[in-house]
Write a protein that binds this ligand. Structure first.
Ligand code: GLY
Length: 384
């Protein structure tokens, strides 16, 4: 099932892109064993231990490839990874942050969706419990660091929207409403404080950690505190659309659409975003192809909720087709001896950390989008 109208030529190009991606993921898994890709400041991945916020995407790629090929090699690799995610949770290795959904969604939760194994479900639920520990009394999920941290104790970030599906699902699967209540409060708080009146967004927002009084917006990876970090906007598009899927709250889908409209209206000529919508554009301004891949998945998620007769369906469908074609044409590493699937992603341009190269989450969302379009495989953010 496809959510957009696709010509035969487009489909042929996308199939070739998928085949190339699957071959690269296979080679990475064969050559790297249980190592996970880390963010590198050069045109390659550094490979190492399961200790950042990004490892789930490597496992998610293995699951996507398994669903596309049916080849047990990918399933076995994904399950080996999941054993390591289990160890990591037991030992609490670098898990003092909110990115639990990014880690355990495309790994353990995906395993549950695909294989229906109780062990995967149990691990995903333990991950949801860990995320719940970040709920603070004034009423928000603290993004980073320990409770009471002077700098980050009152800080929320827009990326967190992508971690909420784990909580919504935990409520559905256990019957315990508490997970979903936290998720919906975080989504509504994010809508109110992270999204601005012109539909742009703050990357982060601070609250007084005792009283919960709102203090103001700021950034971590963006150009400046009041700028719109491109990937943050993309997390918002996809994250609010997913919150709509779980809650049915119309205002959340409306917010996803507003943020998508802002994103589309501020794209450069070739259709792939610069790293921050407020960064001055020169010949050397960095792109963030990963933001475009995330926004593309967000558009496809929005489309999935629009009735056939909705005029925005066609508009977003055309935008999604332009986005996937732009990524394939100018950014995918098709035919190259590369470890990454998508070039010219950026992690933290101002911090000079991974300012231009492969980003494993960009690879994941790029392949998720291709498989959504060509196979109707929607990724690992909700149960099918
Ligand atoms: N969630 C961290 C990032 O998008 O860079």
């Amino acid at each position: 099932m496809s959510t957009t109208n696709t010509t035969n030529a487009q489909s042929t190009t996308r199939q070739a892109a998928i085949e190339d991606a699957v071959a690269k993921v296979r080679r990475n898994l064969e050559q790297r064993g249980l190592a996970f890709p880390h963010i590198a400041s050069e045109k390659r991945y550094d490979w190492g231990a399961n200790e950042d916020w990004i490892e789930g995407f490597h496992t998610g790629l293995a699951w996507l490839c398994y669903e596309y090929t049916g080849d047990d090699f990918f399933r076995e690799q994904a399950n080996r990874h999941i054993e390591d995610f289990d160890r990591r949770l037991t030992e609490r290795v670098c898990l003092d942050h909110h990115d639990i959904g990014f880690l355990y969604g495309p790994s353990a939760f995906a395993g549950w969706v695909i294989e229906g194994s109780e062990a995967h479900r149990a691990l995903a639920l333990r991950a949801a419990d860990l995320l719940m520990e970040r709920w603070r009394a004034p009423g928000y999920i603290q993004a980073w660091g320990p409770e009471g941290d002077p700098k980050n104790g009152g800080r929320i970030i827009i990326d967190c929207l992508m971690n909420l599906p784990l909580l919504y699902w935990a409520s559905e699967t256990t019957g315990n409403a508490a997970y979903g209540e936290v998720a919906v409060r975080q989504a509504e708080l994010s809508r109110r404080y992270l999204v601005r009146g012109d539909d742009s967004s703050y990357h982060t927002f601070y609250f007084d950690q005792t009283t919960g009084v709102p203090i103001g917006g700021g950034t971590h990876q963006g150009y400046h505190d009041g700028s719109t970090w491109t990937r943050g906007q993309a997390w918002g598009i996809y994250g609010f659309a997913l919150s709509y899927r779980y809650t049915g709250r119309g205002e959340l889908l409306a917010t996803a659409k507003r943020m998508a409209d802002y994103f589309l209206a501020h794209l450069p000529e070739d259709g792939v975003a610069y790293w921050d919508f407020n960064a001055p554009v020169t010949a050397t301004t960095n792109r963030d192809s990963s933001a475009s891949a995330i926004a593309l998945c967000g558009l496809l998620e929005i489309i999935a909720h629009l009735p056939e007769e909705d005029a925005d369906r066609q508009r977003y469908g055309e935008a999604a087709a332009r986005a996937v074609d732009a990524l394939i044409r100018g950014y995918a590493t098709i035919g190259e001896e590369a470890e990454g699937l998508l070039d010219h992603g950026s992690y933290h341009v101002r911090g000079d950390l991974g300012p231009d190269g492969y980003m494993i989450w960009g690879d994941y969302y790029y392949l998720e989008a291709l498989l959504r379009l060509e196979r109707g495989v929607p990724g690992y953010w909700y149960e099918r």
